[in-house]
Design a protein around this ligand. Structure first.
Ligand SMILES: Nc1ncnc2c1ncn2[C@@H]1O[C@H](COP(=O)(O)OP(=O)(O)OP(=O)(O)O)[C@@H](O)[C@H]1O
Length: 244
């Protein structure tokens, strides 16, 4: 469980939203929504402990040795670095390796499997500057699969990618959820949140609403009447895992 207690997030002593209290249960699937600039990414960074809260704290009861991984926003990542796809995905093994220890056959097997799951095996030897947005996101997702952490934080996983990639990643998120991972994802797509995410944390100006999606989502529509049509995805999306 991830417990937020009187948590205030922000920068330079300026809070972004009201204090937060509540829990992400282990194995829960939570969407974080809100208008631009309300603090969604800041909340993820604070949970990941790369940023300090202004007030309050986060603790992790029930986890003995909790591991956490992070899927960054595509726009935040430097895509010009001269490195191959396979090397990026292999980085997912690093947190579990002691310093300077080489990858073993089992690690390579995991890397291979993850690239296969996201459909980028044929891109293994390409450098990352040769990838499309969707291929790049699949690669970052494969790295996260290799990390296999207890908690997975995803910052706008479906922005800047094609619908086919979105469906592949959404299927994998559902599989990870069924495997018991705790998933917290910043999302803008209300129909995906409505259909697939059981819990919703909604950041509104000066307010935080948190609970079951069916109760909270209508409040998002209140503040989002001007929702950008291109962010609303096709209702015909087919997900094998959900329909099985
Ligand atoms: N390092 C920083 N220092 C100061 N202010 C920052 C910093 N990073 C972000 N901010 C500001 O904090 C606010 C919240 O930013 P954040 O990226 O968390 O919002 P968001 O809800 O994720 O937005 P979006 O939907 O546009 O990604 C914004 O007004 C932003 O300009």
């Amino acid at each position: 469980m991830i417990h937020l207690k009187n948590l205030v997030i922000g920068y330079e002593k300026q809070p972004l939203v009201k204090e937060m209290n509540g829990c992400f249960q282990s194995g829960s699937l939570t969407a974080v929504m809100g208008l631009n600039g309300t603090g969604k990414s800041t909340l993820l960074r604070t949970i990941a402990q790369v940023q300090k809260p202004l007030e309050g704290y986060i603790h992790f009861p029930g986890f003995k040795e909790m591991t956490m991984s992070w899927l960054p926003q595509l726009a935040e990542v430097d895509r010009s670095f001269p490195i191959q796809v396979m090397d990026v995905v292999s980085m997912g093994c690093w947190p579990k390796l002691s310093l300077f220890r080489a990858l073993k056959a089992t690690h390579y097997h995991r890397v291979h499997l993850a690239m296969e799951q996201v459909g980028i095996l044929d891109l293994a030897n390409k450098t990352i500057d040769q990838l499309s947005g969707g291929q790049f996101q699949r690669m970052l997702f494969a790295r996260m699969l290799v990390e296999n952490s207890d908690v997975m934080l995803m910052d706008e996983p479906f922005v800047g990618i094609d619908t086919k990639t979105r469906d592949v990643l959404l299927n994998l998120i559902m599989e990870l959820h069924q495997a018991g991972k705790t998933i917290i994802a910043v999302l803008h797509q209300t129909d995906i949140v409505h259909r697939y995410f059981s819990d919703l944390l909604l950041l509104k100006e000066e307010d935080v609403l948190w609970g079951k999606t069916e109760k909270i989502l209508p409040h998002f529509h209140d503040s989002f009447r001007w929702a950008e049509p291109h962010l609303m995805v096709n209702e015909k999306i087919k997900l094998s895992i959900v329909e099985a």
